[in-house]
Design a protein around this ligand. Structure first.
Ligand code: CA
Length: 652
């Protein structure tokens, strides 16, 4: 997310006589003008181009046809008013290669805007491009996807396209580009695997990419890519088009589309699914955005005194609850699934959106492929929407199969993210045990004490680090003054192993496997490459960190007991065991989903001194993970040397 500067633009909401006296802010507006057709936007064929625009408050509308992205003069084609406040135009002949915008008159204002439904744009996304999308498919383009079952099987790895390969030591040719993630066989210092090979080596199931829809020119100007520029991209401009700065040529509208498809196909071929970070909760500028130019007052949320609702902190919350905005969001999601084969969505500030919209997206995705994931930031935030309609953690029960990031588990493990010096479980903080247990149980109602927001484990995303706030390493440094880096790395590994052995969906941040630092920067959305890039030299320095995560991922994959699919199953098989201070221990017994005779024992220990714990009498315990911490082990007791995770297995 980024904070936008305010624009000094006034808005004309139009002449009420155009809408028969119906205000754009009224419910009646939706009843009269809701258009449910599937033909909004441009429908191209080599024989003709058909346009349909929804603009009920406009008194006149035109399609402006341009020869190029920057040609000053265009051809003005009048649109005819059609049903439900839509406007249509029909242009004979093959228009491929041309660019277009809409020009509407609303009240006394003339506005020129890009079609919100545009599927291709020119550089910086200021004009839509007319292209034949069928020509944007790469040479290899299949419907094949890596097999995937339940959402709890997901091990998500969050990366930013530029960050992932821009470092000098990445060994990648197309650094910072979509294509950078398609290169195989890349190597870094000490011959470590990098880039795509690193992802494959780790064994993650999904890569979640920070925003790659077209974001604002104010963040990254696609015409000045030779200059230092950087942004995460949480400022949407064209929702249905890929960002141009990650393409090898941002001027040619087909290139960004084809190269993104190449990236997705390559990841699919390597067995990795792709989650898209989508930001439907706010726009880059409430005044300048295409929505506001075309139907002022409709797509955004307003306060009673006519200001933009600002739950996002970005100046303008979108009104997902209004039927045509809801339709836009659903149509946009389906476009990414159908045209780009996207396998999941991460909803930025989901708590600002409304429950009905999220559930309708789930329903539409299920018609196509129920394995497409939906996760989001279900924070409880103030916005101009009735509290009981907000898609946040408090209402998880009303949104089955939609997951929320578990901030409670995150903060219990590493300490409050907003109070830098605060410790968590891993750094010897006290009284975090029951919150940790709640996370281990997947946030479900396990018993009176151990429960959180989730009804089912597929509603929880367990994580200890993401692109926001301090990295786990930086948080540990801030909260453990005077400690050695060696001890800090032990805490760091413990946090990761706690994530990967908990019920629910697992989530890792790129570089977490080698102690990623941003030098203490807690909001690096525009901090540049130096701060944000994945440092592949550091990866070479901490190969053991990558190896540690890799091994835990393998164990999670091999043991369905760590990813039980229902709350009932968790309540039946998961038992918390006796443990000393700074420790949490649990067993997963008689796990019917895996081997019914098998039991797992897990100890997460954050204490400094060696300690002996009693083991439950469940047969002969064998060591599965954590050899370096084990001082002694028999069927009744385990002694560990210090901070770490030990996993045992027994067969009775
Ligand atoms: Ca852009």
């Amino acid at each position: 997310m980024s904070v936008q500067k305010e624009s000094n633009v006034t808005i004309d909401y139009g002449d009420l006589s155009v809408t028969g006296g119906i205000s754009v802010f009224s419910e009646e507006f939706d009843q009269v003008f809701y258009y449910d057709g599937s033909d909004l936007g441009l429908h191209y064929s080599p024989a003709s181009s058909k346009f349909r625009l929804w603009a009920p408050t406009a008194s006149e509308a035109f399609v402006m046809l341009y020869e190029d992205w920057n040609s000053p003069e265009g051809t003005k084609i009048p649109m005819q008013r059609d049903v439900k406040g839509t406007w249509i135009a029909h242009v004979e002949g093959d228009m491929a290669g041309k660019f277009y915008t809409y020009v509407v008159r609303v009240g006394s204002q003339w506005n020129e805007a890009v079609d919100p439904y545009a599927k291709a744009v020119g550089v910086n996304g200021d004009r839509a491009a007319i292209i034949d999308l069928a020509n944007t498919d790469p040479e290899r383009w299949t419907q094949d996807k890596p097999k995937f079952g339940n959402a709890v099987d997901a091990i998500i790895y969050e990366a930013h396209i530029r960050d992932y390969t821009i470092h000098d030591g990445s060994g990648v040719q197309n650094k910072g580009k979509y294509l950078g993630l398609t290169e195989k066989g890349t190597r870094g210092k000490d011959n470590i695997v990098t880039g795509l090979d690193h992802l494959k080596n780790l064994g993650v199931t999904h890569v979640q990419l920070l925003p790659f829809y077209d974001y604002a020119t104010e963040s990254v100007d696609e015409t000045r890519l030779h200059e230092p520029q950087y942004n995460w991209g949480y400022d949407p401009k064209n929702y249905n088009v890929p960002e141009g700065s990650y393409a090898t040529d941002p001027y040619r509208p087909d290139v960004r589309i084809r190269e993104l498809k190449q990236l997705i196909q390559t990841l699919h071929d390597e067995g990795i699914r792709v989650i898209m970070d989508v930001v439907y909760n706010h726009v880059y500028d409430g005044y300048l955005v295409n929505f506001t130019k075309l139907v002022p007052g409709y797509y955004l949320r307003y306060t009673a005194d006519g200001k933009f609702s600002n739950g996002s902190g970005c100046g303008n919350d979108t009104a997902s609850e209004r039927p045509m905005m809801r339709k836009f969001i659903i149509d946009s999601i389906l476009h990414w699934v159908q045209e780009y084969h996207i396998d999941g969505f991460r909803f930025d500030l989901m708590g600002l959106m409304d429950i009905q919209t999220l559930n309708e997206i789930r329903k539409e995705l299920d018609k196509i492929d129920p394995s497409i994931m939906m996760i989001g930031e279900g924070w409880n935030m103030a916005t101009e929407l009735a509290p009981d309609e907000r898609a946040n953690q408090l209402h998880a029960a009303k949104m089955p199969r939609i997951a929320h990031f578990n901030d409670e588990f995150r903060d219990a493990v590493k300490g409050d993210i907003f109070v830098y010096e605060k410790k968590g479980f891993i750094s010897s903080g006290k009284a975090f045990e029951s919150l940790v247990m709640s996370g281990i149980a997947g946030g479900i109602p396990y018993n009176d004490e151990i429960n959180s927001f989730a009804m089912e484990p597929d509603q929880t995303v367990n994580y200890v680090e993401c692109h926001d706030n301090h990295t786990l390493w930086d948080k540990i440094v801030l909260s453990t003054e005077g400690e050695s880096d060696e001890l800090r790395r032990a805490m760091h590994r413990l946090a990761s192993s706690m994530t990967l052995t908990s019920q629910g969906i697992s989530f890792l941040h790129a570089g977490q496997e080698f102690y990623r630092t941003k030098g203490g920067d807690e909001n690096s959305y525009k901090s540049g490459d130096e701060v944000n890039r994945l440092d592949w030299d550091q990866a070479a320095e901490h190969k053991e960190g990558t190896q540690f995560i890799r091994q835990l991922i393998q164990i999670r994959k091999e043991h369905p007991a760590f990813r039980m699919t229902s709350a009932d199953e968790i309540r039946k098989h998961l038992f918390f065991e006796e443990a000393p201070e700074h420790a949490v221990a649990f067993t997963i017994r008689d796990h019917a989903n895996g081997d019914p005779d098998k039991h797992l024992y897990v100890l997460h220990y954050a204490g400094r001194a060696a300690v002996e714990v009693k083991l439950p009498e469940l047969g002969s315990w064998q060591l599965l993970f954590g050899e370096e911490w084990v001082e002694s082990l028999n069927d009744h007791a385990l002694k560990v040397s210090g901070i770490g995770t030990v996993i045992l297995v027994s067969k009775s």
